[in-house]
Ligand binder design. Structure first.
Ligand code: MG
Length: 363
């Protein structure tokens, strides 16, 4: 199975409710779809969203990187040699994690088709179903309360609360959401780099003094502020998780070895795809550090790949934050994984199991 062409499509799905974090507001899932063709007729699908403020990638930069550099290197390569292909992708240029991720997702999809097995089975096997949390966007408290109420009614038992706007309002948001959800759902906080280290200690000590048990606090400080994360971890009991601070294996080793954080959030768009995500999951497991699998605001192609990895690495990846596709008003990807509120079910069809993509605009 040799790679003969790489082309692009665009996929847009309107959101049920606008997605708001400390960094941005979005009302649509916009994925760039990467389609890899082979000499035997099999097609591999990958995708990536544009997340300029997180990875630095836009759809235009992803397409240019693939056309200019990755594509000439990959044409003619045999999908059977998956390690050689992922090595080629990772070493072709620095950065450009989203382009690398979209390509790797499509290649792993093809690798599953080559071996006629769903991807999770080739990555290690496991039970092909997961339960995800749901994101509650940062907003006025009344809106967050009503979103949380709907999430509870929808059966979610873990809510990921986006905060990081204003420290005093954020504390009030958490106190009120905790009162609402106590005994019904666990809370994860995602600060998206919105606080300082001292603010985080100040807020977390208040939560702990009021018996507000949070499952974790994610990325309270700036991505490059490892000393700030360490300052927090040394002073609070609540587990601290790295997201934007943890892109690659070296960072993860530093974060774990230095007792900088307690949990690592793996996202394919940060690691540059599946091959490095496997390494991070295995290293974290060997150092007794749990991982979350997360996603950007993205649709069900890329998120299905993350779900396959999470199933196969469940000993390491114990926390699931893959609510991207379920935030959309519909899923245009037919076959593949199904995303129904908190329930994620993987397809038993080869690779990612995608049969077709409705509404795909060829570029
Ligand atoms: Mg995050």
């Amino acid at each position: 199975m040799k790679i003969t062409n790489i082309r692009f499509g665009k996929l847009s799905v309107p959101l049920i409710t606008p997605f708001k974090t400390a960094l941005r507001t979005v009302d649509c899932i916009n994925d760039l779809v990467v389609i890899i063709e082979t000499d035997c007729g099999s097609i591999g699908y990958g995708s990536a969203p544009a997340t300029p403020v997180i990875t630095g990638d836009t759809h235009g930069s992803i397409m240019a990187a693939i056309d200019d550099l990755f594509k000439p290197n990959l044409l003619g390569m045999d999908v059977a040699n998956i390690s050689q292909i992922t090595q080629t992708i990772q070493s072709a240029m620095i950065g450009n994690y989203s382009a690398k991720a979209a390509l790797e997702i499509a290649v792993y999809d093809l690798w599953g088709k080559l071996h006629n097995a769903p991807l999770y089975k080739l990555l290690g096997g496991g039970t092909p179903s997961l339960s995800t949390d749901v994101t509650i966007s940062v907003d006025h408290i009344d809106k967050m309360i009503s979103d949380a109420n709907r999430a509870l009614a929808d059966g979610f038992d873990i809510l990921k609360i986006k905060i990081g706007k204003d420290i005093e309002q954020d504390i009030e948001r958490v106190i009120q959401l905790h009162a609402l959800t106590k005994g019904k759902a666990q809370l994860r906080l995602d600060v998206n780099q919105g606080w300082t280290a001292k603010q985080t200690v100040y807020a977390t000590r208040q939560f702990e003094a009021q018996n507000i048990h949070l499952e974790l606090i994610e990325q309270p400080v700036k991505a490059d502020d490892f000393s700030g994360l360490k300052y927090i971890s040394d002073r609070v009991c609540t587990p601290i998780m790295a997201d934007e601070s943890a892109f690659n294996v070296k960072q993860v080793v530093e974060l774990i070895h230095g007792n900088v954080v307690d949990i690592i959030n793996i996202k394919l768009m940060k690691t540059g795809g599946i091959s490095n995500a496997i390494k991070i999951a295995d290293i974290a497991a060997s150092l007794d550090t749990p991982c979350m699998i997360g996603c950007m605001l993205e649709g069900s192609i890329g998120v299905a790949a993350a779900a396959h990895l999470a199933v196969a690495k469940s000993h390491s990846i114990s926390k699931i934050d893959l609510d991207g596709p379920a935030l959309g008003q519909y899923d245009p990807v037919v076959g593949g994984a199904s995303f129904d509120k908190s329930a994620i079910k993987l397809s038993e069809a080869p690779g990612l199991g995608i049969e077709r993509i409705d509404g795909l605009i060829e570029l």
